[in-house]
Design a binder for this molecule. Structure first.
Ligand SMILES: [Zn+2]
Length: 306
């Protein structure tokens, strides 16, 4: 069994509001394919099909205040209700207490200790490694979990060699910021196929897509629509190249944001969890909030390893 885990930062299920919510207007046939053709909006129920399940997922976790990235991601990757333990939502980067929870135990470390082959599929530019080394950049909760488990962070060379993708999938954003230098440009569909092929070589492949939160904070509705349509194309490519009897593709988020573009800040909305692949019921069992992701990953992958 294999698992391709695509983390989307800041994606929630919001109102049918075409002025602020890109999900209300974007053309997203692949995503809607999992929800009977309906748009990903607030109020959608859990929807099961042969190809997967869509689960509106609570990110508030019974704690007052707007959900934040550090506590949300830490909850996703430990199964612990981290905001409850802290008494508040906190982010974007982990404080000492959150870092200690992640370093003590997380799903990536657990799998690694059982011998799972884990890949991080995001390429990082040399400036990222330099600023981490100089102590000028704190790792995100996701990155900290991967780092704690000694999972390799791909660099520019890995991107050029096709062993990783840039955060915006296609390579165009990377070229604009860091120069061409042999970086392949892919269509969203090709990028998805490529990600699926990479994930076919590992037990767990983690892709961390934080642009959705970035665009939710700073972008326009148009940019948000374009980003979601790219994501839909990537998903189409993944599903095209993915063996659904051999593994799951899981898409989830830490808190809402992009569904209220232009309004600034995170939201209290449920987030979408999508689990695609034949054995989705094993993963989805009991999943209603962010604490259900780690148990789902372990149920899915540990059966094979043990
Ligand atoms: Zn944010």
């Amino acid at each position: 069994m294999r698992l391709l885990f695509i983390f989307l930062d800041g994606v929630g299920l919001g109102e049918n509001d075409p002025v602020h919510n890109p999900f209300a207007t974007a053309n997203l046939p692949t995503l809607a394919g999992f929800t009977d053709g309906r748009r990903w909006l607030r109020g959608l129920p859990r929807i099961e099909s042969q190809t997967g399940v869509f689960i509106p997922t609570d990110a508030c976790l019974g704690v007052d205040g707007k959900p934040q990235s550090a506590t949300g991601q830490a909850t996703i990757l430990t199964g612990i209700n981290v905001p409850e333990r802290l008494g508040r939502h906190y982010g974007p980067r982990p404080n000492r207490q959150i870092a200690e929870i992640i370093e003590h135990d997380n799903v990536i470390s657990t799998l690694k200790a059982r011998g799972a082959d884990i890949a991080f599929a995001n390429a990082f530019p040399s400036t990222f490694f330099e600023s981490v080394r100089r102590g000028k950049r704190l790792l995100s909760a996701n990155q900290l979990a991967l780092h704690t488990a000694d999972v390799r962070f791909p660099d520019a060379e890995a991107l050029r060699d096709g062993r990783a993708l840039s955060v915006e999938f296609t390579g165009e954003g990377w070229r604009n910021r860091f120069g061409a230098d042999g970086v392949p440009i892919l269509t969203p569909f090709e990028a998805g196929q490529h990600l699926a092929q990479l994930a076919g070589q590992h037990t767990l492949t983690f892709f961390d897509h934080w642009l959705t939160d970035y665009v939710g904070h700073r972008g326009t509705l148009q940019e948000a629509v374009a980003l979601l349509e790219t994501l839909d194309g990537v998903m189409a490519g993944i599903l095209d190249a993915w063996d659904r009897s051999e593994g799951l593709v899981v898409l989830t988020s830490d808190h809402g944001n992009i569904e209220e573009t232009g309004l600034r800040g995170h939201t209290y909305n449920p987030i979408p969890t999508l689990i695609a692949g034949q054995s989705w019921p094993i993963f989805a069992d009991g999943l209603t909030d962010l604490t259900g992701i780690t148990p789902g990953i372990l149920r899915t992958l540990l059966r094979d390893i043990e």
